[in-house]
Design a protein around this ligand. Structure first.
Ligand code: 5GP
Length: 204
C-alpha cells in the first residue's frame, strides 16, 4: 500500500495559517489533519480532539516519558507535540496528512521522516503579522510580545523549508498550497509502483 505524504506546515503564530488550511481542506481529498497534543489552555471555540488534545503539563510529561511523541517542543511556556500514533495510523493507511507544527517540530519531523514536505507560510511583512495578532484579540500584551519574539527566532529558519508561501490573500495562498500538494502527489518517486504496474502489463 502506498504510504501517505507528510506535509509539515509552519508559519508565525498569527500569519493566517489556520484560515489558509481551512480553505485547503475544502478542496483536497484524502487529506487529514494531525491533531497535536498541547499543555496550553483551549482558546474560545477550540474543541478537544479536533483542534488539539488538551493535556495537563503532568499528563504531557508522562507521555514524553513513555516515548509517545514523534517530536515535541516547548513554545510560549507550553508543550506542543505530535503523537507517533497520529503519524503512523494515517500514513500507513495511505492518507496524506497535514501537520501544523513550529520550526523545532519541523526539523525533528524531517529527521524522523526524511520524505516529509515542509512548507512555510509567511505574512507579507512583520508589521502585518503584528496587526493580525492584535486583530485576533486573543493575545494579552505579554503573550503578544512572546509571540513576536518567537517569530523572530522562527524567521531565521525559513530558508530551510522546501516551499515558502506568502499569505497576502488567503484564497491565493490556499490555492498555491493546493498546487504544492498536487505536485508532490504526482512526483516520480511517489509513483514508481504505478509505473511498474504499467510495465508489467506490457510485459505480459
Ligand atoms: P497555537 O498556540 O497558536 O495554537 O500554536 C503555537 C505554535 O505551536 C504554532 O507555531 C504551531 O505551529 C505550533 N504547534 C502546534 N502543534 C505543534 C506540535 O505538535 N509540535 C510542534 N513542535 N509545534 C506545534
Amino acid at each position: 500500500m502506498k504510504k501517505g505524504i507528510i506535509f509539515i506546515i509552519s508559519g508565525f503564530s498569527g500569519a493566517g495559517k489556520g484560515t489558509v488550511l481551512k480553505e485547503v481542506f475544502k478542496t483536497v481529498d484524502n487529506l487529514g489533519f494531525s491533531v497535536s497534543a498541547t499543555s496550553r489552555q483551549p482558546r474560545e471555540g477550540e474543541i478537544h480532539g479536533q483542534h488539539y488534545l488538551f493535556l495537563t503539563k503532568e499528563q504531557f510529561e508522562a507521555a514524553i516519558e513513555r516515548g509517545e511523541f514523534a517530536e515535541h517542543a516547548l513554545t510560549f511556556g507550553n508543550y506542543y507535540g505530535t503523537l507517533k500514533s497520529e503519524v503512523e495510523k494515517n500514513i500507513s493507511a495511505g492518507k496524506d496528512m497535514v501537520f501544523d507544527i513550529n520550526f523545532v517540530g519541523a526539523e525533528n519531523m524531517k529527521k524522523a521522516y526524511p520524505d516529509a514536505v515542509t512548507v512555510f507560510i509567511a505574512p507579507p511583512s512583520m508589521s502585518v503579522l503584528k496587526e493580525r495578532l492584535i486583530g485576533r484579540g486573543s493575545e494579552t500584551e505579554e503573550s503578544l510580545k512572546k509571540r513576536l519574539a518567537e517569530a523572530e527566532k522562527e524567521a531565521k529558519k525559513i530558508a530551510e523549508y522546501d516551499y515558502i508561501l506568502v499569505n497576502d490573500k488567503v484564497d491565493e495562498c490556499a490555492s498555491n498550497l493546493v498546487s504544492i500538494i498536487k505536485a508532490e502527489r504526482a512526483k516520480r518517486v511517489r509513483n514508481l509502483e504505478f509505473v511498474n504496474k504499467l510495465l508489467e502489463e506490457i510485459e505480459k
